[in-house]
Every structure is written in structure tokens, then in C-alpha cells.
Design a protein around this ligand. Structure first.
Ligand code: 5AD
Ligand code: SF4
Length: 410
């Protein structure tokens, strides 16, 4: 009988891509996707541990699976990803019904782990999975060589490992042949990519030349690798999306130093100006309430956010992660974190509305993701008046903004 797998993924885009990769190993063993846990024989939980809240969600989901497992004999639970890596075998003690723990560092050995468990038939050769939707996700590197003092990622994902560029181009070509018009390159510090003499900028250009690819995006870059050759590629190649999600974390040099981010406020402002000069819109991640953050430091973040005019920002309260250097530091009061988050979120909301309004009157190329909605190269959502084929690129003029949606006439 065919085994059916339900995928439950927490966390980032990388995790979604990893879930697909793990599913493919199960597919090679005859498994198919289940739409609900009820119809599934296997549940694959891919987890995140970047903040405590994310880890809690993953572990409490696992707790709720005890009942699911009992309902039918032979059901299998695989607990994978970053929280699985951090908590490791202690989980098996706490949740004895757990069948397989596959931490984030074991992506390369996932297939062997399945074999070792004896729970699956042997693997067969299978075709690459069918890409669903308009965007083909391609992992180009894993891990991180930075050691930001608040961050657990390097401990659970390990150091940087870049995939060979030939393999990446082949995967992009496969996805494009299956209908993906946009390729999203993924990595923890994606722009640190290098394979021999192929830099990240080279890779962006090469992927953009793959037949069928209209647009190339990437996630998540680090400010340290916003280099002149990257900027030149963005400026000269219209297929590279004019949007970057660039986590800054703080606008205060003192906090950035305590976080060991490797740049100052001034360097950041220079890089942001250079990105803007290439026509890029920028969104970001910001942490409020890092242990050393003073009121002045927080004000520095607010003024930087104003100056940078981010069109979107994910804002997080600092969450201590065991084993990181910052976890040794004394926490700020929770109330301070709440207040600062609230102030920042209000500012970000205003900026976002202004950024959308500023698009009115501009001419854009919209890559259609539904029949009447798509995204500009700058990553703004646009609704068209007529219907188009999904995947087509439609030239429009923006006529109106409403919240975080633009309206266009074609
Ligand atoms: N506390 C709060 N936010 C964090 N991030 C990473 N580590 C922490 C932490 N310990 C945020 C950063 C990062 C995003 C993915 O999560 O802003 O860019
Ligand atoms: Fe974490 Fe810093 Fe690496 Fe990003 S660059 S994954 S924040 S250590």
C-alpha cells in the first residue's frame, strides 16, 4: 500500500525548500503527498528554532501528534530541521512515539537515515518533483560562517557549504522547463555564495539566462556581501528583481557591534544608498530589545528606518537562544521590548503605506501570479483590470494604492 506523507513546515523559505527535498526522498520510496494529517501515514515536521516561540510551536505540534500516532498502527513521525538539531535525542526521551529525528545538519544524509530506520521500502530512481506555481525555489548554499551573538542558526545549520554552480543551473533549468517563470535562490547568507571563480553576481546572471526564466530573486542576503560586482549585476540585468530583503537588525553602531554584525550604521547607509541607486526597493528584519540596546540606540534604529524608507520590515522582540553569547547577557524588561516593538511597527506601517502610494503613476512590468494579480520587479502586489495567463508579464501603469495593494491600468 502506498504511504501518504503530510508535510508540516515551520519557519523560513529554506525550510520549505528542505521539506520538498526530504519529501522527494520519501517519494523515491513510493510515498505520495497527503493533503491532511488524517489521511496520512507519515508526518514530516520540519522545524525552526530561530526564536523561542518558533521552537515552542514545533514542539507543541509534536506533542499533539501522540493521539494521531495511536489512531492507526504503523504511522510514522519524522521530526526534522533546526529545532530537531538543537534538541536532538532528548526529544526521543520526551516523545517516545517519535520515529526519526533528522536535524538540519543531516540533510545530506537524510536518505541514509530513512534506510537505517527500516521503515520504508528501498529507494528507486525518480524524476525531479513537479514545481508547483510560478516560483521555482533553488537552494544554492546552506549554513552560515558569521557568528552574530544572538543567533542560533550557525550552531544548528553549521558553516557555509555552497552547491556546485552546474547543479544549481541544472535545477533552475528543470524548474523553468516545468513552468517556473521566477527562480528564487535560497541560502542563509545567500550572497556569500562562491564556487571556484563563480561569484554570487555571476550566478545571478547565469540563472537569468536559463531559457524560460523571466525573473531571479534571492533570500536572504547579508549586508557584508553587497559588493560592487553584485550592484553592477543588478543595475545591468533587468531579469534580476529590483527588490532585496536585507536584514539590518539594528540602526545603532553600538548594538551592531555587540551583535557582531560586521558593519556600522554608516556602512549600512552607504550600502542602502547604493542599492537605491540601482533602483532597488528594500525590505528588512529588525530585532528590538537586544540586551545592550539603550533608548538612544533604539532611536538610532528609528531614524535609520526613516532614512532607508524600507517598504516592509519584519520586526522581532529579542529572544535569548541558549548557547549563543548574547544569552549570557542580562535581559531588558519585557515591557521595554513591547513598547519598542509597538513604536517600530507603527513606523513601519506608515512607511509601507507611503512606499505603496509613491508607486502611483509609475510604469511597471507585472509578472502574473493569478489571473488578475501579480508582482512588480520591486515586489509590490498589483491588481490588473483584465485577466491574463498566469506567468505572463504585463506592462501596466499604477493608478491607485490601497494599503499593501496597487491597482493598475493596462
Ligand atoms: N531573537 C529575535 N530575533 C532573531 N532573529 C534571529 N535570531 C533572533 C533572536 N535570537 C531574527 C533576525 C533574523 C530573522 C530571521 O530572525 O532578524 O534576520
Ligand atoms: Fe544568524 Fe548572523 Fe548567520 Fe544571519 S548572518 S544566520 S543572523 S549568524
Amino acid at each position: 500500500m502506498t504511504q501518504k506523507v503530510f508535510l508540516q513546515t515551520f519557519g523560513c523559505q529554506m525550510n520549505l525548500a528542505d521539506s520538498d527535498e526530504m519529501f522527494n526522498h520519501l517519494r523515491a520510496r513510493g510515498a505520495q503527498k497527503a493533503q491532511t494529517p488524517e489521511e496520512a501515514d507519515i508526518i514530516l515536521v520540519n522545524t525552526c528554532t530561530v526564536r523561542e516561540h518558533a521552537e515552542h510551536r514545533a514542539v507543541s505540534f509534536l506533542g499533539r501528534l501522540a493521539k494521531w500516532k495511536k489512531e492507526r498502527p504503523g504511522r510514522i513521525i519524522i521530526f526534522a530541521g533546526c529545532a530537531a538539531q538543537r534538541l536532538g535525542n532528548q526529544l526521543k526521551k520526551e516523545f517516545p512515539f517519535l520515529d526519526i529525528v533528522a536535524g538540519a545538519k543531516s540533510m545530506d544524509t537524510f536518505s541514509a537515515l530513512l534506510d537505517k530506520s527500516g521503515l520504508f521500502p528501498p529507494a528507486q530512481e525518480v524524476l525531479p518533483p513537479q514545481t508547483e506555481g510560478l516560483t521555482g525555489y533553488v537552494t544554492i548554499m546552506r549554513g552560515c560562517d558569521f557568528r552574530c551573538t544572538y543567533c542560533i542558526v550557525p550552531y544548528v545549520r553549521g558553516g557555509v557549504k555552497c552547491l556546485p554552480h552546474e547543479q544549481i543551473l541544472q535545477e533552475a533549468a528543470q524548474k523553468a522547463a516545468q513552468g517556473a517563470k521566477e527562480i528564487m535562490l535560497l541560502g542563509q547568507t545567500v550572497n556569500a555564495y562562491r564556487d571556484g571563480d563563480v561569484s554570487f553576481a555571476d550566478l545571478l546572471n547565469r540563472v537569468s539566462q536559463v531559457p524560460g526564466v523571466e525573473r531571479v530573486r534571492f533570500m536572504s542576503p547579508h549586508p557584508a556581501y553587497i559588493t560592487p560586482d553584485f550592484l553592477a549585476a543588478v543595475r545591468d540585468n533587468p531579469k534580476i528583481a529590483k527588490h532585496i530583503h536585507l536584514p539590518i537588525q539594528s540602526g545603532s553602531t553600538a548594538v551592531l557591534q555587540a551583535m557582531k554584525r560586521g558593519y556600522t550604521r554608516e556602512i549600512l547607509l552607504e550600502k542602502l544608498a547604493a542599492l537605491k541607486a540601482c533602483g532597488m526597493t528594500v525590505s528588512t528584519d529588525i530585532i528590538v530589545g537586544f540586551p545592550t540596546e539603550t533608548e538612544q540606540d533604539f532611536q538610532d534604529t528609528l531614524t535609520l528606518v526613516d532614512e532607508a524608507r524600507f517598504f516592509a520590515a519584519y520586526c522581532f522582540k529579542y529572544s535569548p537562544r541558549q548557547g549563543t553569547p548574547a544569552a549570557q547577557m542580562e535581559l531588558l524588561p519585557e515591557q521595554t521590548l513591547e513598547e519598542r516593538l509597538d513604536i517600530l511597527l507603527n513606523k513601519v506601517r506608515d512607511l509601507s503605506a507611503r512606499a505603496y502610494t509613491a508607486q502611483v503613476g509609475t510604469h511597471q512590468q507585472v509578472l502574473m501570479e493569478t489571473e488578475n494579480k501579480g508582482r512588480t520587479s520591486n515586489n509590490f502586489w498589483v491588481k490588473t483590470t483584465k485577466n491574463y495567463k498566469i506567468g505572463s508579464v504585463v506592462p501596466v501603469e499604477i493608478t491607485r494604492a490601497d494599503g499593501t495593494l496597487l491597482f493598475a491600468k493596462e
